[in-house]
Ligand binder design. Structure first.
Ligand code: ATP
Length: 283
């Protein structure tokens, strides 16, 4: 469903991604793990087209991710929950419905807002919402149009325990519906119970990839080893072999200026084009 090949991203002198490759298949949840600065957000932003890859290929159902025909098949729940300050909650969902030409979306939108405990806030402006509420608005926008590939960058941050539980159920429902989910997170306990596979990044290199059992076997860990220990073991290991394909090996040159991927405006309504106040604005 999604194929990332030798993805390289440089920000001037910083090599954020050094040539990572992986695939996502229908009906799976893949955890994207790594220490701070490993390149998780950069990976997700490159797939979305919010960062222009320095080199490498991102294919969605075999077509370049910049192709308008497949661009709508990828959705994002971003790390920084940025909503349109002057649109109401309901208008955010209407915006998605218009962008994706959804029909008879209102009943589903109402149900989503009720389930996410946002129905009472449907007429509130974006800038009057708490961080957790903004996160729920973005989540409801993704869930409304249900893209084939759902990218989530630290999606649980800011959600209260009840919302986290509902969120996890939504993720499982998406998987059951055949969607592919890539979720970056530091919440290893949570993701351990959700994910089918994990990708472990460090300093822009994919150190390890596989089911938790295969990772345990690879690092010679007992079968009961929790994901946290697998993660610590994997990130202690040195990058070797194919999983450590470096930017040097690709021979690409750095690009210093950051520009969005060319093509039509991003159709993922869940990531407003302006990111006022976002930490990662302007990447
Ligand atoms: P965290 O877990 O802390 O969110 P991460 O794994 O998401 O980290 P990224 O945000 O992808 O990491 O950052 C990867 C590397 O790229 C870091 O060294 C970071 O400093 C660098 N980087 C990211 N964005 C930019 C930018 N716009 N300009 C320069 N360097 C950047």
């Amino acid at each position: 469903m999604l194929e990332v090949r030798n993805l390289v991203k440089r920000f001037g002198a910083v090599q954020a991604l050094k040539g990572i490759s992986f695939c996502l298949y229908p009906g799976e949840i893949v955890a994207l793990l790594g220490p701070n600065g490993a390149g998780k957000t950069t990976t997700i932003r490159c797939i979305m087209g919010l960062n222009r890859p320095t080199a490498g290929t991102v294919l969605v159902e075999g077509r370049p991710h910049t192709d308008p025909a497949v661009r709508m098949k990828v959705g994002l729940v971003p790390e920084i929950p940025t909503v349109y300050g002057l649109l109401t909650v309901w208008e955010h969902l209407r915006f998605v419905a218009l962008a994706y030409r959804l029909r008879e979306w209102e009943a589903r939108a109402q149900r989503l807002l009720q389930e996410l405990d946002l129905w009472e806030k449907r007429n509130s402006l974006g800038n009057a919402l708490s961080k957790g509420m903004k996160q729920k608005v973005l989540l409801s926008m993704v869930l409304l149009h249900e893209p084939d590939v759902v990218l989530m960058d630290e999606p649980l941050t800011g959600l209260d325990p009840q919302a986290q539980r509902e969120f996890k159920q939504y993720v499982l429902d998406l998987r059951a519906g055949g969607h592919a989910i890539l979720m970056s997170t530091h919440m290893l306990d949570t993701v351990e119970r959700l994910c089918d596979r994990a990708l472990v990044l460090k300093q822009g290199t994919l150190l390890a990839e596989g089911s938790l059992d295969s990772l345990r076997a690879r690092f010679h860990l007992p079968s009961s080893t929790p994901l946290e220990d697998i993660f610590l073991e994997a990130t202690r290991a040195e990058a070797t072999g194919a999983e450590a394909t470096s930017a040097e090996a690709t021979g690409v040159e750095a690009t210093s200026a950051e520009e969005p991927v060319p093509g039509p405006a991003p159709t993922q309504a869940e990531q407003p084009p302006q990111e006022p106040g976002g930490r990662k604005e302007g990447r």
